[in-house]
Ligand binder design. Structure first.
Ligand code: GRF
Length: 187
């Protein structure tokens, strides 16, 4: 099963996958980012599908179809989103039906969206966590595969708490991907 990883940013989850020897066939980024450099360094094939438009005119379907064509060209069977910041249209979820996984920095269904860490702090919660789940066309929705709880400490800010959540993601995400590959976890 060939895995393609989608990234946009720091790439610490990608680093954890590489460290844990998850076989990765392709890394795609929507922008120049550290994650792309990490992939190149590790000798993993990369593609930059640059997103030029972040405004209201962004052609989401066109962009998604372009991405799907590249995934197909590389014979990708499983897509792992790791901090990918472009919301894709339904075409990819139809094509890779149930074979797109994502990590989210909260205990879903709590705190969906891209302010999940901040929202947990604002809510005054004493714990949050991370969720590995099947991605669907609805943001941060889909079947939950695994979760890990993370305590919120007095004095935490978004950066500190997000780093603590990422430590959990780095444990959980590579493990879940390996479980899928080995057949221990059926999608
Ligand atoms: C992770 O916390 C992930 O849950 C969220 O974005 C972050 C990506 O971090 N969607 P990194 O780029 O893997 O360091």
């Amino acid at each position: 099963m060939n895995i393609g990883v989608l990234v946009s940013g720091t790439g610490s989850n990608l680093e954890a996958m590489i460290r844990e020897r998850v076989p990765i066939a392709l890394v795609i980024a929507d922008r120049e980012c550290r994650a792309l450099e990490i992939a190149s360094h590790a000798g993993i094939p990369t593609e930059l599908v640059e997103r030029a438009d972040f405004g209201a005119n962004f052609d989401r379907v066109w962009y998604t179809e372009k991405l799907v064509r590249i995934l197909e060209r590389h014979s990708i069977h499983l897509v792992a989103m790791a901090g990918f910041m472009t919301f894709l249209s339904k075409e990819i979820f139809e094509k890779f039906d149930g074979h797109i996984v994502n990590t989210h920095p909260s205990l879903l269904p709590l705190y969906k969206g891209n302010r999940a860490v901040e929202d947990a702090l604002t809510a005054g919660a004493t714990e949050t966590g991370c969720t590995i789940h099947i991605a669907t066309e609805n943001l941060d929705d889909g079947k939950i595969l695994a979760q890990e709880r993370v305590p919120i400490m007095p004095g935490d800010n978004v950066e500190i708490l997000h780093e603590r959540i990422k430590e959990a993601e780095h444990r959980l995400y590579p493990k879940i991907l390996k479980d899928i590959l080995s057949g221990n976890l059926a999608l």
